[in-house]
Design a protein. Sequence first.
Length: 243
Amino acid sequence: MDAVISALERQGELTAAELAEALGGPLSSMYRMLQSLEAVGWVDRSPRRGRYRLGLPMMTIGGLVEDSIDIRELARPGLMTLLQETEATSFLCVPRGARAVCIERLEGRAVRSLAMQLGSSLPLYAGAAPRALLAHLPLSEQRDVLESGVVMPGDPPRPAVAATLRELEEVRRRGYAVSDGDVTSGIAALGAPVFNHRQELVASMSISGLRHQILGPNLERNGALLQHAARATSAALGDESAS
């Protein structure tokens, strides 16, 4: 994802084929990546047919990409530890409007879920990593996501507002979000927030796997491991309260 944004930043406009050739990946994967980036507003279609360009002012995009690169590097030790300790797929997501975008994914050993591939996104109301982000937004923004956010093809249905707001209160109290089959049947996940040196919400970390792997008797241990990794990443980003 960062490589695509960087290439468009350097070149201005490129076709999917030019991007695939420049970055050394298959064209089909590039189309999927561009579709995801376009969906969250990072990339726009150019008036010139078949070409893509950055979708936001350069200053905004540049700052976001730089922050994402820093977060990925600093989060990777925690993600690796989560993978080793739980054997579950480990994710890093960043908020983008009303959605959460996956910017890092370390594949688990038990099952390969198709949800939240690198560069893909989910609405903030769906899944553990997105809801960990949603829980720490102001109430007015939470309501906007739950009541008026755009639902894209393939998204899980929007949940009931009142029940979700109560759940988000529990997420803040507990320190992590729990997803149990609301994105993919039989797949559970946990998600915890990451903050920067200004104690601003910048990302969420998550683990995902089969229900028995994530929940049940493993829930308390997995939740503690995830919170430790998220706090360590927050501390690495300068959040003194996480130290």
